[in-house]
Ligand binder design. Sequence first.
Ligand code: 5AD
Ligand code: SF4
Length: 488
Amino acid sequence: MTTTTPTGLGLRDSSLPNQITEIDQKTGQKTVKMGEMIFPPRKVWIKTFGCQMNYHDSERILSHLSDLNFSLTENEEEADMILFNTCAIRDLSNQKFYSQLGQVKHLKKSNPQLKVGVGGCVSQTEGKSLIKKYDHLDFAFGTDVIDTINDMVYRTYAGEKRFSINSWDRSQNFSIETKVTHGSPQAFVNIIKGCNKYCTYCIVPYTRGKERSRKKAEVVEDIRRLVEYQGIQEVTLLGQNVNSYGHDNGETLAELLMDLENINGLELIRYTTSHPYDVSDELVAVHGSSKKLSKHLHLPVQSGSDEVLKRMHREYSVEHYLGLLEKLRKAQPEIVLSTDIIVGFVGETDEEYQMTLDLLEKAQYDSIYSYVYSKREKTRAANMVDDISKEVKGERLRHLQKFQQGIQEKIRQGMLENSYRVLVEGFGNMGGVKKWKGRTNCNRLIHFLPENNDQDLQWNWVDLKVKSTTAFSCQGEIVKIYGKRMPR
Ligand code: 5AD
Ligand code: SF4
């Protein structure tokens, strides 16, 4: 049976019971009750595809589920529930999701108690058909109903079969009051959802809906609480187009950044992702004056050809874009820039492609994300003739990445023997050797050896001197360790 439940604005269904949590004084064991139903400790495996917005949504999902006695597992085989948080931006991410969804069918055969849910951008528009098509799916939910995830889980365990929940354009579900930090001093905070830009290649306006900004006072209060009560030192402000922030409320991103600057204990502010059209002079000035704003800006350009930019409906010219980089570098000489590039967009000639290489040379990006154009149904470009062969697209991408690699190699060499303060984010095994990694203020990763193998440097602030570099990474050595609070 397929049940689809329209939930209006997607607010909580008031006929569903509230959660009651009891902790056994002796054993410390947590029991959660919703109505007559008891939720014992269970494990959830969440597979996230796509951008930071999706990763943050997964974090919010987990934060809600932990109230229902779920904890995260890295092992899908031991999961009581599997959730997919999907991405629709390119066909490749779609394909990965569908292949993993297929694999889960086998898990469900060997464990019929397993519950499977799908959220995210694919589910936002395709939820109902996913439920119809895949009979091992228990529920599907859109991107605007995350705060009611526990009701969906309750309904699933209450025996309701295969339903989908969706809603559009809610702005009251942004806030995350608590966060599962595991001691991390970093937090993502949504400030705007949706996008009104309708770039001709992009599916986002169709999956995330219209722009809605949170009120500045509410965002500031949320972050103040994260800093005061949860030890957060670094925030990343999130939105599909953060530069449009506040347009609907008469507020601006620049004003928000200036207000955040005043929060004691907040050390570092990042924001992503940006559209060059809305970068105001006021915002450029804040990059120069702010003491807490990261000296890194991700400013997607997509192409170095005015004609391609017109076909993409990007609303700026190459000259305007390069002028913006110049203004930013003048305001903040230490700023480090990165971008997104699409190659092989409909009708892209060899000359137009060459213009993108010219732009890379002029812009001197610290890093880029580059993709071949992927046709998305519903978008305006889907009606244009996608006339570049797969081979040409692939060749242009490889060539562009090689070209950019040369630029980055030189930029990284310029970092040699300089010292950088990093916040240590974790460690990895590099050729059998344990190395820690930290991110600089300007978003560059530096790997380094601890002073001894047992040293735990997680979430420490450390000064590192760069000793060797490649196009993509740096190796450094410890100069000074400050501990878990940013030194004054
Ligand atoms: N094909 C390829 N890349 C795309 N992007 C968005 N839509 C598409 C598409 N249809 C890229 C853009 C954007 C980034 C998040 O994904 O470069 O900035
Ligand atoms: Fe997509 Fe363009 Fe909006 Fe970015 S600005 S999310 S590329 S429509």
